[in-house]
Design a protein around this ligand. Sequence first.
Ligand code: AMP
Ligand code: GLY
Length: 429
Amino acid sequence: MHVLVIGAGGREHALCWGVARSPLASRLSCAPGNGGIAQLAECVDLAMDDFDGIIAYCRAEAVDFVIVGPEGPLVAGLVDRLEAANILAFGPSARAAILEGSKVFTKNLCKRHNIPTAAFERFSDLAKAREYIKDQGAPIVVKADGLAAGKGAIVCETTEEALAAAAEILGGQFGSAGDEIVVEQFMVGEEASFFALCDGRNALPLATAQDHKAVGDGDVGPNTGGMGAYSPAPVMTDEMCQKTMERIILPTMRAMEQDDRPFKGVLYAGLMITDRGPQLIEYNVRFGDPECQVLLARWQSDPLAALLAAAKGQLAGYEVSWSEQAAITVVMAARGYPGDYARGTEIKGIAAAEAIAGVSVLHAGTKLVDGRLLATGGRVLGVTAQGADVKSAQARAYQGVDAIDWPEGFYRHDIGWRAIERGEEQNKG
Ligand code: AMP
Ligand code: GLY
């Protein structure tokens, strides 16, 4: 079959990597793709929001299956458009993608169905929000309702900070995404990412991961899209995964079905593991980036077959198998990211990195120009490695990073530290 992946990041390179190894895929395209994806797929010069162009391409090139990577086109209804044109697609409809598109929607759903999450109130009126914040005190979390590229949640240590955040968001800092805000209780615990494949009715747990959002070593500095990730997340024991399915994922699936918003695609729960068990921080309606890279590294059975089963509503009884090994991705970003950075600098040494056993380099912001690989984005490469445990995967990933010659790039030196520390404590104990 001819498979088309939509997106241009490291997540989409990982998806193409998974699809390319499936015997079901006879042709693979990606719109718009990047310099790494171009080595496994035909890159199609179409913007992700050009829905008419995407449908025309599917018709002209007999695309059988479309996998949509990022949240933007999902929330804007690309899957609805594809289905209306009789093109099979992986990902939620716009009605279901609202789980990521509106925090107010998701918080209300949690409240109605007793899904564990931080206590909250919603506001569109600043005076009322101020009153509530003063009443609750700090620490407290202020969030824009809509999509804000991962920057719409502000964890506030003081009441003053929270008042300022509420004023900025309601004042238009994130445009209409901030017409409403959610003000919620600060939860204490360890964060983890949980992924479930969904077909509208059934949900199949995939694997767990943890990412590092802060730009600097030791988890300091501004938040980014993610500077690295690893899988599995040691905090997600079998018991915690089971509780997550029972208390969070399955009630959400039932609620969405009842609400005539059946959820198909991948449901990514951002969790806080507290002393009362898993609590939902937020939902995403797509794979994480860079979590997708580590999931695909560990995904042993055919990922394309599983995504097809989800799209066709055939997940009942479906099984997916995972490598027992750990996987880790270290992101290399352009100096200056998440602020301003230079574009067009040259990257060398990818082949040397990939010559190391167990290492693959997944591209995010790159472009091949006359045989030279140029950096075009903030997050540029994801050096991905496997190993018996996070520590050995980490050692390999950093060998890969060392082999890459890109003076204008930087990376964190401690991806995986929490899992490694936990492993060392367990060995001692
Ligand atoms: P979100 O955009 O909702 O995923 O939030 C971004 C980050 O803010 C999360 O990954 C957490 O680190 C933090 N965060 C969000 N909500 C809370 C909360 N209620 N309590 C503690 N930390 C939170
Ligand atoms: N790595 C976080 C995300 O994809 O939202």
